[in-house]
Design a protein around this ligand. Structure first.
Ligand code: C2E
Ligand code: CA
Ligand code: CA
Length: 518
């Protein structure tokens, strides 16, 4: 027994077995231990160990395969997430962050000797109207079609992105200004075509800005400048491509300054009203005054409304401005009516109302309040509305106009003859008169066919059952001519320029007929 034991103890196979087990334990699963011819117990252990190694190898291989598969899935999920983070879900185009990073890359390459990139920024013109009137489902389809059209109009190597809302951008990686221009125009032409969606034939042009990159500019600055050029295109309103110019930046800065100053002006009582009389052409007596706002600017002096009303409208400040005009004008009329020296003139107040006012639900309340706190009858106020303000007529406009009609204030279409409104449409509005634009009168005297045109316009207005005030009367001849064809009311420099309150008060006290002759 002891001999056997010692025999087994000296068996060289035990050394091999130990060596093999150590190798396997170290991870070398290919290691195998040789089996001897003895086929004894030791060989049985060796064979068992080899089998175990075999099994381990199989399990290990399977495990490796599974790890590889999982890793691949993870990679794909990651790519998907990255794609989603970089893609606009509605159109499938790149989104703003993808665009920004591609632009940054392109600028980097340009600095290392590559071509300068250019960007086109494009904003739809009539999209909000389509979305509001036909709903978001159709709005979305419009955006999808626009996305396809832009993609179809650019080159393979250009990158198209949706920046948000109805704004798109194209990164042109390698272009001269001339090529950038022609691609831009091709995109504009493609976008402009009629689209047929659910039986609607829609057309939705775009405004576009182009900016050629300068070497050291960041993506943010480039996009801001493309935006300024696009804004210029939008302001011009003709769907034309605008190339960024340094002057545009200065104009924008000036405008921004004007915006913040105008805020101050409205709250800090820098606004003043001038009043221009409206005159009965036969008696030359006053029948109304139009309140015209001016901005008494601390350093620039009197700023005229054409310069700041459009800004007030764009920035939403117009409602605050309009409310101030309404209150001030109504109070002023009350003062003239209660002053014993001016009360013998019977005239009403006219104020200019902007399109944004008709969109405000509280506007009717504001008018009612202003009148009642001044103790005036609604018939003593006339609102002048431009054709463009009432012609886009949506539900809110119609609601406001109806409510104002019920309240009993007068309403007049301003700048009549400059718009393209259908007479039939105007006839159905609750207005009682039109204010004929001064351009119709200014050609009188120079254009021999103008008298016939004026007479025809007058007939048309009468046929609609409306009254008319003729604006821009600058000479005695014009006043006489209008009276001779049967016009009743007029306004213009011939009778009086718009006057500050004190000056008009003075004239009301001492004069009966216009023009005032001292
Ligand atoms: P509008 O309503 O057509 O006002 C008439 C404009 O023609 C006034 O210019 C007036 O000074 C000018 N005008 C009057 N008679 C004559 C004339 O015989 N010849 C010539 N060449 N011009 C004459 P103004 O005061 O510069 O106002 C310009 C525009 O600004 C107004 O046009 C009106 O659309 C807008 N506006 C003025 N005040 C307000 C306001 O309080 N609110 C709003 N929303 N708009 C206003
Ligand atoms: Ca007016
Ligand atoms: Ca006018």
């Amino acid at each position: 027994m002891s001999e056997e034991k010692s025999d087994a103890g000296n068996d060289p196979r035990l050394g091999l077995l130990l060596e093999g087990i150590i190798k396997l334990a170290a991870g070398d699963l290919d290691a195998r231990i040789e089996v001897s011819d003895a086929r004894d117990e030791i060989d049985a252990v060796i064979m068992g160990t080899n089998l175990l190694a075999e099994d381990l190898q199989i399990i290990y291989a399977e495990l490796e395969e599974r790890v590889a598969a999982r890793t691949k899935q993870l990679h794909e999920a990651h790519r998907e997430m990255q794609h989603m983070a970089m893609t606009d879900s509605l159109t499938g185009l790149n989104n703003r962050s993808a665009f920004t990073s591609a632009l940054t890359d392109a600028q980097e390459r340009a600095r290392n000797g590559g071509q300068r990139p250019a960007i086109l920024l494009l904003d739809m013109n009539g999209f909000k109207g389509i979305n509001d009137s036909l709903g978001h489902t159709i709005g979305d389809q419009v955006l999808e079609i626009v996305a396809q059209r832009i993609s179809g109009a650019v080159r393979e190597e250009d990158m198209v992105a949706r920046m948000g809302g109805d704004e798109f951008a194209v990164l042109l990686r390698d272009v001269t200004p001339a090529i950038a221009n022609s691609i831009g125009n091709r995109v504009l032409a493609a976008v402009d075509g009629i689209m047929e969606i659910e039986g609607h034939h829609l057309r939705c042009g775009a405004s576009m800005g182009l900016r050629m990159a300068q070497p050291e500019q960041t993506a943010q600055v480039l996009m801001m400048e493309a935006d300024i050029a696009m804004y210029e295109s939008k302001a011009e309103g003709r769907g034309r491509l605008k190339v960024f110019k340094q002057e545009m930046l200065h104009a924008r800065q000036l405008r921004n300054q004007l915006v913040s100053e105008l805020k101050e002006a409205i709250t800090g009582s820098q606004l003043v009203l001038f009043y221009q009389p409206i005159i009965r052409l036969d008696t030359r007596g006053i029948e109304g005054v139009e309140a015209l706002v001016r901005w008494n600017h601390p350093t620039r002096g009197m700023v005229m409304p054409d310069e700041f009303i459009p800004i007030a409208e764009e920035t939403g400040m117009i409602s605050e401005l309009g409310t101030w005009v309404l209150r001030t004008a109504v109070e002023q009329l009350q003062q003239w009516r209660s002053d014993p020296l001016t009360a013998h003139h019977d005239f009403n107040m006219r104020i200019n109302v902007s399109a944004a006012d008709l969109q405000r639900l509280e506007f009717v309340e504001d008018v009612r309040d202003a009148l009642s706190s001044a103790g005036l009858d609604p018939s003593q106020l006339v609102l002048e509305l431009t054709e463009s303000a009432v012609i886009q007529g949506n539900d809110l406009d119609r609601y406001t106009l109806k409510a104002l009609e019920r309240l009993g204030v007068g309403m007049e279409i301003d700048d009549f003859g400059t718009g393209y409104s259908s007479i039939d449409y105007l006839r159905r509005l609750p207005v009682h008169a039109v204010k004929v634009d001064r351009s119709l009168l200014s050609a009188l005297g120079s254009d021999p066919s103008q008298p016939a045109l004026l007479a025809a316009v007058l007939q048309l207005i009468r046929a609609c059952g409306l009254g008319a005030v003729w604006e821009g009367i600058e000479t005695e001849d014009q006043a006489e001519y209008l009276l001779s064809i049967g016009c009743t009311s007029g306004q213009g420099y011939f009778f009086s320029r718009p006057l500050p309150e004190a000056q008009l008060t003075e004239q009301l006290r001492h004069h009966k007929a216009w023009p005032v002759r001292d």
